[in-house]
Design a protein around this ligand. Structure first.
Ligand SMILES: [Fe+2]
Ligand SMILES: [Fe+2]
Length: 280
């Protein structure tokens, strides 16, 4: 067995043994999402969910005041942030903020990978949302955002498991290359498993499972939007690995299905490059 094979096996066995502690999904974030996909979301409900969660409101204000969103005056309250950004936007910021809290580790290598992964998840969420609007799938924009944010949750899960394994066995041999191999080969299957355990709607579980599948369902537009945003993020280096991938998103089936031109994709790249500031 190769070292890569063995690390993958160790992770799989640990998850299958039931001993792995699963990451938890923020209930506040779930409630915000449920409100946001309603035809007429209620401002007070969103404000209350965020304000009642201390760490969430701190993060929301941090992101709302980041250079990506920043206006002339710094906002100090959730209400002011809602007025500044609008409720739909603040709802999305709340989802980003809630997810950010999960991407932390005391192990420096894992922590660095988690940060990059969070930046990638934000990029894909905002990218899928932008594409939905651009491609006249406005009604799917909220779903595309959420699906994009969670599409690689299996990677987070595998990193969390590695973190637990490393704490149990300090001699466990893990290098960044081995970690990337493990998350690369396990994350779709484990992401699907985790999303199911979180009782997420099937639509999002499918995205976690099928976003790299060659033979994917071309009628599942949320999946197509997420795949497209994922590819563009990979191309410009907003990915779990450092080097930008050599990709031509404009020639893919996804681009054809979405009727995207090269100009659309160039605009998307510019928008995505700005999202990097959110990761700070
Ligand atoms: Fe992925
Ligand atoms: Fe991805």
């Amino acid at each position: 067995m190769t070292e890569q094979g063995s690390l993958i096996e160790i992770v799989k066995e640990f998850i299958e043994s039931g001993k792995a502690e699963l990451p938890v999904f923020s209930t506040s974030a779930m409630r915000v999402q449920q409100e946001l996909i309603k035809a007429e979301p209620n401002l007070q409900v969103v404000e209350k969910i965020i304000s009642c969660d201390q760490s969430l409101s701190t993060q929301v204000l941090k992101i709302a005041n980041s250079s990506f969103y920043k206006g002339l005056v710094e906002v100090a309250t959730i209400k002011a942030a809602i007025i500044r950004l609008g409720m739909q936007e603040i709802g999305r910021v709340a989802l980003l903020a809630a997810s950010k809290n999960q991407f932390r580790s005391s192990n420096p290598t894992l922590n660095r990978l988690m940060k990059k992964l969070w930046q990638h998840s934000v990029g894909v969420a905002l990218g899928a949302y932008w594409l939905a609007k651009r491609c006249k799938f406005e009604h799917l924009a909220g779903h595309a955002f959420f699906a994009g944010l969670l599409h690689d949750v299996g990677k987070l899960f595998v990193i969390v498991v590695l973190d637990q394994l490393k704490k149990q066995n300090k001699d466990l041999y893990i290098t960044e290359a081995l970690i990337l191999e493990a998350i690369g080969s396990l994350h779709t299957e484990q992401g699907y498993f985790l999303m199911k355990r979180w009782n997420m709607p099937e639509q999002y579980c499918v995205v976690a499972r099928d976003h790299h599948l060659v033979d994917f369902d071309p009628k599942d537009m949320v999946l197509v939007l997420t795949r497209m945003a994922d590819m563009v993020c990979g191309k410009i280096g907003i990915a779990a690995h450092d080097a930008p991938q050599d990709l031509t998103p404009e020639t893919t089936l996804e681009a054809t299905l979405l009727n995207l031109t090269e100009v659309d994709l160039a605009e998307l790249e510019i928008m995505l490059e700005d999202t990097a500031v959110l990761a700070g």
